[in-house]
Design a protein around this ligand. Structure first.
Ligand SMILES: Nc1ncnc2c1ncn2[C@@H]1O[C@H](COP(=O)(O)OP(=O)(O)OP(=O)(O)O)[C@@H](O)[C@H]1O
Ligand SMILES: [Mg+2]
Length: 316
């Protein structure tokens, strides 16, 4: 079953076409590398599928209740929070559940027996949800991701307002990874990471059980984490099964085949031109010889035979 279905997508900016009738399917657990030259439209594609941009034509359909996490190239971070607070906000739905749980506990004392039974059941459900989502180890998880992305070195209690652009993006990436969405959309995440953080992200993505679409120009990184490549070129989006190396192999073979077919076609066209030129030359030579025969004084044939000769000439 597909998580995302994109059909007949076309888009352009002004008179520059970016996509022409593009279709795309994302299946559960697929690890996709979205590649293409600068300016081909990779970020535009992400913006369209996340609803940040409306396409000129086409349909974008997500399956129901899918949680999508998107880190684009230019995401901004709200001021006035510490790094730790931003990371913890990945679990805000669990903190809301905790608030509800405390409210129920506050009202237990004044409840009737029937009300108490309902409340106890609700408490049990909330407690299960919190346990299943590791609510009681959130602090440890925040510390782990903070360390892995080098945020602990900056100081988890630093205000995000003081951070550089790259550091802020690291914080957003950390938050996104803690949220563990059903589908993770990453636009060039290695741009602002150091080598050891890239290594950590690589391992993280290798083990990511949900789906992701990753835009990256970092070939070794792509090779180690993706199993499907979508290649964007000439307003098309083509799917290749395998990593980047496998894509290159198939793409090169396809290109060589196309080039060979093009060469053959050009040769055939050249041969046809040559044949045409030969025929024309022969026809001119023939006309010239006929004219010289007709105009010669020794021409003694009768008029009907001359007409026949002309007809024959025309037929050629
Ligand atoms: N809002 C916009 N208005 C006009 N043109 C745009 C807009 N957004 C993108 N473009 C143009 O559309 C083309 C595709 O841009 P996009 O950012 O999607 O490319 P990309 O494949 O992500 O490139 P890169 O690898 O450099 O990030 C580019 O030529 C870009 O200048
Ligand atoms: Mg881009």
């Amino acid at each position: 079953m597909s998580i995302l279905n994109v059909e007949h997508l076309s888009h352009g900016f002004g008179d520059r076409a970016i996509f022409q009738d593009v279709s795309f399917r994302l299946l559960k657990g697929e690890h996709i590398g979205l590649i293409g030259a600068n300016g081909e439209g990779k970020s535009t594609f992400m913006n369209i599928i996340t609803g940040h941009m409306q396409p000129d034509e086409g349909k974008v359909e997500w399956s129901k209740r899918v949680r999508v996490g998107y880190l684009d190239q230019h995401t901004v971070l709200e001021k006035g929070m510490t790094i730790r607070e931003v990371l913890k906000s990945a679990f805000s739905f669990l903190f809301e559940l905790e608030v509800q749980m405390n409210e129920i506990c506050d009202h237990l004392g004044e409840a009737s027996e029937d009300e108490m039974n309902v409340m106890m059941e609700e408490l049990g459900t909330i407690q299960d949800l919190l346990m299943n989502h590791d609510f009681y180890s959130i602090d440890a998880k925040v510390e782990e991701v903070g360390r892995a992305l080098g945020l602990t070195d900056i100081g988890l209690d630093r205000d995000v307002t003081d951070l550089s652009g790259g550091q802020r993006t690291k914080v957003l990436l950390g938050k996104l990874l803690l949220e563990k969405p059903d589908i993770l959309l990453l636009d060039e995440p290695t741009n602002y990471l150091d080598v050891q953080h890239i290594e950590w992200l690589k391992r993280y993505l290798q083990e990511y059980e949900n789906a992701f679409i990753l835009i990256s120009h970092d070939v070794p990184f792509l090779n180690s984490v993706v199993n499907i490549i979508y290649h964007m070129e000439n307003q098309r989006l083509d799917r290749y099964v395998g990593d980047y190396d496998k894509f290159l192999e198939v793409h090169e073979a396809k290109k060589a085949q196309l080039e060979a077919a093009y060469k053959r076609q050009q040769q055939e066209i050249a041969q046809l031109h040559q044949k045409n030129a030969d025929l024309q030359a022969r026809s001119i030579a023939y006309e010239t010889s006929l004219e010289s025969v007709f105009s010669s004084k020794s021409w003694k044939l009768t008029a009907p035979i001359r007409s026949l000769m002309r007809l024959f000439h025309r037929g050629n």
